[in-house]
Structures are given as structure tokens and as C-alpha cells.
Design a protein around this ligand. Structure first.
Ligand SMILES: C[S@@+](CC[C@H](N)C(=O)[O-])C[C@H]1O[C@@H](n2cnc3c(N)ncnc32)[C@H](O)[C@@H]1O
Length: 327
């Protein structure tokens, strides 16, 4: 009987890369720097992007405005024309193993509004970015509706720069409970190691939205739950790599990056980002195991990137490449 793994597209891709002399990007292991660096920039997103060197970022994670008049920052005359300005920069600034996650929704009925479908259409037809996954963020708490079915999800598109994007599925697997593990372990067809690792979280993620009285709230109107951001940060970037959020809002991405030992670049046109981020940090400071970090609030992008390069180099520098066993 043929080995089933011969039909597994992941295995086939790794074999092909081996034959071609290249390593799969999932073989990258990170850098344990003695501290992580977090640059905070109060600046327009597009202006900031223009200052970033090519191929400098591992993960772009953004939750953009959608022109639904939530606040002064959420109103545009021509949404797509504006969105194209930052969408056009993404491919250039991502590294070859890089990923991009864009949050949004499909539920806006007025054509003037922006929506994720239009963004996806543009990236597919007008940029070299590759579509990897659509993730459905499902939550049980939300507004009621009478003229349509009440909305209980938002989406995020995951795009990559190349086929060799970084993806660490093991870091975000969902553990099986003990009873299920016991049953599965009796099944000789299942690999005990895989049972221990847990299951693929799939592309539908049930994570509660932050209620008005949630203790995680820091005051920003559209703050995302840290748990949601964490899954992307862990799976699509590695320790010591750079995560960019150019619609940082309250700085949830920065908070998660501090906790997960990634460097971050946080950009928002609103200077309240400073105080929101301070509140996020107050929440995590009591954690005994909080990794060391350095905030850089009024430095140029080049100073911040130099500092990241320095601290990564100190930790014996570049990401170590190791070949995974393919068996
Ligand atoms: C949806 S919120 C992001 C919330 C964030 N995910 C969080 O968890 O806190 C979008 C943010 O984009 C910022 N923004 C809007 N237009 C911008 C621009 N042109 N450049 C930079 N930031 C901008 C707004 O100030 C707002 O804080």
C-alpha cells in the first residue's frame, strides 16, 4: 500500500523544495533576543510605509478603517483609492517568508463603504500577493437585528508574499481533552505524537468579542481581543522577527508582540496610541514571566531597525535554519 504521506501536498512541497536546494520557510526557528524592540510612530500609514526598507517585515497585521463612520478616522471620500495606496506597499516591505493579515467584513451594504471583498479582489488582480486563507472570527455576543440575520462573525484574509511563507501550525494547535486523547490513543491508525500535539484550529475561530465592561479594554472603540491577535502572531511570525501594524489603534498587536517575543512597529495617526498602549502594558506587567522589552517612542524608523538588528545580532544573529525531518 502506498505511504499516504506521498499524497500530502505539504510533504510534496517540502520534497520539491529539497530537490531544488531550498528550505521550506517553516524550517526557520527564531532568535531569542535578550529584549524585544517596539517602535511607536504617530504618523500617516502610507507616509510611514514609504520609509520602510524592502523585505524588512515578517508579518503585517492590520485592522483598517472601513469607512463606516465609527469615528473621525473612519470616513473617506473614495475608500478603495485610499486603500490602494497602502495595499500597494505591502508586497515590497514583506520578507520572502512574510505574511499579511487584513481584518474586515463583508456585511457593509452601502457601496460607498470599504469592504474586505473589494480589498481581496484588488490584491488578487492588481498585486503579486498570494491568497492563503480566509479566517472566520466567530463570536456569540453581538447586536440584534430585525431586517436580516444578526451578524456574528468578522473575517480576516491571510496573504503571503511567496509560496515559501512561514507557518507554525504546531504553535497554535488546540489540545485534545484527556478523554478524547484516551480514545484516540486506542486507534492504531492515529499517530500518538499528533494526538499529543493537538488539532488544527481550522479557519473558523470562536473567540469572544470584548464587551464594554471587559477588563481587557483600554478605551479604544474597536479594540480586538489579544487572543485573536496572538494566534496570528504565533503562527505567522517567529521570535525575533518584525511584526508591523500600521493601523495600530490601541496597540493590541504591540502588547501581544511583547508577550510573544516579537519586535513590533506600531503606527497610528492618533497619538492616543501612547496612552492606550500604556494601559495594555499595565495589564501584562504583573506577569512574572513577561519577556524584557524596549519601547522606542520618538525615534526614526532607521534607529528602530538598527536597534532590532543589534539585539538580534547579540543573540547570535540571523534566524537559525534547521531542516525538519520529513518523515
Ligand atoms: C479599527 S482601528 C484598529 C484597532 C486595533 N486593532 C486595536 O486592537 O486596538 C483603526 C485605527 O486606524 C487608525 N487610522 C485611520 N487612518 C489612519 C491613517 N491614515 N494612518 C494611520 N492610522 C490611521 C485610527 O486612528 C484607528 O485607531
Amino acid at each position: 500500500m502506498p505511504n499516504k504521506s506521498h499524497f500530502n501536498s505539504g510533504h510534496r512541497a517540502i520534497n520539491q523544495l529539497r530537490k531544488g536546494g531550498a528550505l521550506h520557510s517553516s524550517t526557520i526557528t527564531g532568535v531569542q533576543a535578550s529584549y524585544t524592540v517596539h517602535g511607536i510612530f504617530i504618523q500617516d500609514a502610507v507616509e510611514f510605509l514609504k520609509t520602510l526598507p524592502d523585505s524588512s517585515v515578517q508579518l503585517i497585521l492590520i485592522d483598517p478603517p472601513y469607512n463606516i463612520d465609527l469615528d473621525a478616522w473612519d470616513s473617506f471620500h473614495n475608500y478603495l483609492d485610499w486603500a490602494k495606496e497602502w495595499l500597494d506597499q505591502i508586497y515590497r516591505v514583506l520578507s520572502d517568508s512574510g505574511n499579511c493579515v487584513i481584518f474586515g467584513g463583508f456585511q457593509y451594504q452601502d457601496l460607498k463603504k470599504g469592504d474586505l471583498l473589494e480589498i481581496l479582489h484588488y490584491t488578487r488582480h492588481e498585486t503579486a500577493l498570494r491568497f492563503v486563507n480566509l479566517i472566520i472570527w466567530y463570536y456569540k455576543n453581538g447586536m440584534s437585528a430585525h431586517r436580516f440575520f444578526a451578524n456574528r462573525h468578522e473575517e480576516a484574509v491571510w496573504l503571503s508574499k511567496t509560496k515559501r511563507y512561514y507557518f507554525d501550525l504546531d504553535s497554535v494547535r488546540v489540545p485534545f481533552d484527556e478523554a478524547t486523547k484516551k480514545i484516540y490513543k486506542k486507534d492504531k491508525r492515529l499517530n500518538p505524537e499528533s494526538i499529543e500535539k493537538g488539532k488544527n484550529p481550522t479557519n473558523v475561530w470562536e473567540i469572544g468579542r470584548l464587551n464594554g465592561n471587559s477588563t481587557e479594554r483600554v478605551g479604544h472603540l474597536t479594540q480586538k481581543p489579544a487572543e485573536l491577535i496572538r494566534r496570528f502572531v504565533k503562527a505567522l511570525s517567529f521570535e525575533g522577527s518584525i511584526v508591523l501594524d500600521f493601523f495600530a489603534g490601541s496597540g493590541t498587536t504591540g502588547r501581544v508582540c511583547i508577550e510573544e517575543r516579537r519586535h513590533s512597529l506600531l503606527v497610528d495617526s492618533d497619538s492616543q496610541l501612547y496612552s492606550y498602549l500604556d494601559k495594555h502594558i499595565e495589564q501584562i506587567e504583573s506577569d512574572l514571566f513577561l519577556p524584557k522589552y524596549r519601547l522606542m517612542k520618538s525615534s526614526s524608523i532607521h534607529t528602530v531597525l538598527d536597534e532590532i538588528a543589534f539585539v538580534n545580532q547579540q543573540a547570535q544573529c540571523d534566524p537559525i535554519l534547521e531542516e525538519h525531518s520529513n518523515e
